[in-house]
Design a protein around this ligand. Structure first.
Ligand SMILES: O=P(O)(O)O[C@@H]1C[C@H](O)[C@@H](CO)O1
Length: 295
């Protein structure tokens, strides 16, 4: 595979429109909500009915997935009664894609009709109160890569997607967060594992040093991962309403005395163990989006 790290800007409006048209000509589903499945969370796409799926390597201009636990296909279908499209596998910066290319599929979701985005991910806990298997609803994020000048919106702005300058104070829609909490509260055993916190994205693929973990704790980060932030920025830029959560797959190593036990395959297994609850949570949140749009 050729890396395109130099191509900061990826995906003209015309190109994204071409992809959207390609897809809409091949499916009758008109999705309202886009869902991004994190590492080990591809089970979400398996819940859909009336499915039309497209392997990434068959879609014009689409990147391909290179990470285990990311199947690499776009799945259109219904989750309950609501038409949705799922990315069963996302793109990460460490795979060699620019942030613009990583999050280009979010713009495709918008142009096929999605008004909402639900992003999920596997993340390591910085917050020492958290436990492996917890689900952290994302209240806010810290765009660490953005501090260093890297952003999916770098380069010329196309106003057809959204504005040049973008407010991010309510990136994660408070109303949806509140719905998710109410929904989770009604699910058996969820109160014990449900958290709400701040997510931070690093470039990866290496995990954090102890000093980096401690710094992030000082910054107010609760969980850390390698995705989501650029997808949410891109989604907010094109006016989508966003909700996201992290599955806590490991505790970050915060002391030199601890044994570092990070292993991607184990993270994917944690996803499998929690898949029933995660699918139910997402299905119920999506149903609430369907209800709110039909009233
Ligand atoms: O796609 P997500 O953010 O769920 O993937 C996480 C972060 C890294 O890609 C990988 C580390 O194991 O899982």
């Amino acid at each position: 595979m050729e890396f395109d790290r130099d191509t900061i800007v990826y995906g003209s409006y015309e190109m994204v429109q071409e992809i959207a048209t390609y897809l809409l000509e091949r499916t009758g589903i008109r999705p309202r909500c886009g869902i991004i499945c994190g590492s080990g969370l591809g089970c979400l796409a398996d819940q859909l009915t009336e499915v039309d799926s497209f392997d990434y390597d068959t879609i014009p201009h689409f990147p391909v997935s290179t990470v285990a636990g990311h199947r690499g296909r776009l799945v259109f279908g219904r989750l309950g009664d609501v038409p949705v499209v799922c990315m069963q596998g996302r793109f990460h910066y460490y795979e060699g894609y620019s942030l613009a290319k990583c999050s280009m599929p979010v713009r495709v979701m918008r142009l096929v009709g999605c008004t909402h985005l639900i992003a999920t991910n596997a993340a390591g806990a910085i917050n020492s109160q958290y436990r492996v298997g917890d689900i952290m609803l994302i209240r806010d994020h810290i765009n660490l890569m953005g501090f260093a000048g890297n952003c999916p919106l770098l380069g010329p702005n196309d106003d057809r997607f959204g504005p040049r300058f973008l407010g991010m104070a309510k990136a994660y829609e408070p109303e949806l967060l509140s719905v998710a909490k109410q929904v989770a509260h009604r699910m058996p055993g969820m109160d014990e594992i449900l958290r709400e916190g701040v997510y931070c994205c690093v470039g990866g693929p290496n995990f954090e040093t102890v000093a980096e973990g401690r710094l992030l704790e000082l910054l107010g980060v609760d969980a850390i991962g390698m995705s989501t932030v650029h997808e949410i920025i891109t989604a907010r830029h094109c006016g989508m309403t966003c909700f996201a959560f992290s599955l806590i797959t490991n505790m970050c190593t915060m002391s030199y005395d601890e044994e570092e036990e990070h292993c991607h395959e184990t993270f994917v297994d944690v996803g499998r163990q929690l898949e029933g609850r995660i699918c139910e949570l997402v299905t119920r949140v999506v149903a609430s989006i369907g209800d709110s749009e039909s009233t």
